[in-house]
Design a protein around this ligand. Structure first.
Ligand code: BES
Ligand code: MN
Ligand code: ZN
Length: 507
């Protein structure tokens, strides 16, 4: 794992394999960003001109390596693009710094130590650079042979990221750095869980990992296995999980603070593999469906992060774990399930399984009467169609809460957009045999799924639903601090929500 350190050393004198500087897009060509003054001096003040000669313009995503001149201890200078120069009186946006640091960490795979001489206006900026570096350095090699796993060669992730211009003895900087490490490491934990193939991560093994993390971080972890779920009447979880040799689980992982005044319930969709069930997905739609537990991974990570940060709030995570498989014991299209809430559901399409496991978990979470419930799920392809691959949807039974989630996502660097729950779409789920069907109109399918979930939220409880089907799993080339594969989508938003709830800044 990459280490994060804060340093007051000069970019010129620190011993490192590379020194990272920022280059921004100015009105008349590239501009060297603050933090790199000492490096620019070593270039006789001509660094911007050198970069322009090399074709660097300061665009986001750019990485330009150049040999360091005499007077800079590190052998390599790496210039990363920061986008437009901020307006007068403004500082660089944290997300621009996070992404640039991510690009740098990715580019410096194999290096032992890099000095980040990027613009650090305050503790928040230092933390963003740290987060970006730790996230960008992420690799997933657990399932590679020794010759190919980076451990024996140049592929090892960056060993240490030293953030210059940060004050290591300053309380605010220290706290911000500690937070950055906890958040980034937990996001990387979520990525690991998502990237682990379904033959290695199934409901029982996922539950075991939760128990282990619980021991390590002082959480109370309880697991209901398939026997207990059957006995308890969890028709949604059983209905989805009964077709698989790997039975379903419901995990409750609770972080409590003795002085907490509020309790937040987080519910994660944890389909460890979504084949579609009897309504089988065709080839081309199932290759990445190990990612269908990304919501549960985000909840897992957020609960552990809350514990690591010692937040003054209770956070209860619910992992709704099942493998959706077709078999002689699988639920058939047309079957009626009796849910944990007592409601009956006609399963018209076994591929609309997420809402079934979530419904049971939301009902169960509601029994504890939390101050708010947020569920996170790779729920619908419709939401990917609507918002694309980088933006998640926020729906809620409370407009103010939906706005809050959208705004805090923005603040922590996650793209999201508020979506409605139009009541007219409810009648599409009317069933001739049950209380509700698990499918409705095709148009607006992401909203239909949200309306389905809403029916299982306890009376009077504030609830929001994050559909992360788009951003949870990144299939194209890496960018910024986002690698191929699991991204850790949702984690930062959930952690920020827990922090604001702890601070009493929410309702
Ligand atoms: N896990 C999928 C949704 C999904 C799609 C996640 C693409 C990530 C990327 C979900 O279980 C599903 O299959 N949804 C169906 C619902 C439909 C049958 C009502 C869908 O979106 O097509
Ligand atoms: Mn499905
Ligand atoms: Zn699914």
């Amino acid at each position: 794992m990459t280490a994060l350190t804060l340093s007051t050393s000069s970019a010129a004198t620190l011993r490192a394999d590379a020194v990272v500087i920022g280059v921004a897009k100015g009105p008349k060509g590239p501009v060297v960003a603050p933090g790199a003054e000492a490096v620019d001096q070593a270039f006789d003040g001509k660094l911007a001109a050198v970069l322009e000669t090399l074709g660097a313009g300061g665009d986001e995503g750019e990485a330009t390596k150049l040999p360091a001149p005499a007077g800079v201890k590190a052998p390599v200078v790496l210039a990363v693009g920061l986008g437009e120069v901020p307006a007068k009186g403004e500082v660089y946006a944290e997300e621009a710094l996070r992404r640039a640091a991510g690009v740098a960490a990715r580019t410096l795979t194999g290096a032992k130590k890099a000095a980040f001489a990027l613009p650090v206006a305050d503790a928040g900026a230092a933390a963003a650079i740290g987060e970006g570096a730790l996230l960008g350095a992420y690799t997933f090699t657990a399932f590679r042979g020794e010759k190919n796993n980076g451990k024996s060669g140049k592929g090892e992730p960056l060993g240490e990221a030293a953030i210059l211009g940060a004050k290591p003895r300053d309380k605010a900087f220290k706290a911000a750095a500690e937070r950055a490490v906890a958040v980034a490491e937990e996001m990387n934990r979520a990525r690991d869980l998502i990237n682990t193939p379904s033959n290695a991560l199934y409901p029982a093994s996922f539950a075991t990992l939760a128990q282990q993390a619980g021991k390590e971080h002082g959480l109370k972890v309880e697991v209901l296995d398939d026997k207990a779920l059957l006995k308890g009447g969890y028709g949604g979880l059983m209905g989805v999980g009964q077709g698989s040799a790997n039975g379903p689980r419901l995990v409750r992982m609770a972080y409590t603070h003795p002085k907490a005044e509020k309790t937040l319930a987080l519910v994660g969709k944890g389909i460890t593999y979504d084949s579609g069930g009897i309504s089988l997905k065709p080839a081309g739609h199932n290759e990445t469906m190990k990612c269908d537990m990304s919501g549960a991974a985000a909840v897992f990570a957020a609960v552990v992060a809350a514990a690591r940060l010692g937040l003054k709030v209770n956070v209860t995570g619910w992992l709704a774990l099942a493998e959706n498989m077709p078999s002689g014991t699988a639920t058939r299209p047309g079957d009626v399930l009796k849910m944990y809430s007592g409601k009956t559901v006609e399963v018209l399409n076994t591929d609309a399984e997420g809402r079934l496991v979530l419904a049971d978990a939301i009902t169960r979470a509601s029994e504890e009467n939390p101050d708010a419930i947020v569920d996170v799920a790779t729920l619908t392809g419709a939401m990917v169609m609507a918002l694309g691959n980088r933006t998640f949807a926020v729906m809620a039974n409370d407009d103010a809460f939906r706005t809050t989630l959208h705004e805090i996502a923005e603040e922590v660097g996650e793209q999201s957009w508020p979506m409605p729950l139009p009541a007219d779409l409810r009648k599409g789920m009317d069933s001739p045999v049950a209380d509700i069907a698990n499918m409705g109109e095709r148009m607006g399918g992401g909203l239909v799924a949200g309306l389905f979930l809403q029916e299982f939220v306890g009376e009077g409880i504030t609830w929001a639903h994050l559909d992360i089907a788009g951003p949870a799993f990144h299939e194209s080339a890496p960018y910024g601090y986002t690698p191929k594969g699991g991204t850790g989508s949702g984690v930062r938003t959930l952690v920020r929500l827990a922090e604001l709830t702890a601070a009493g800044d929410l309702g």
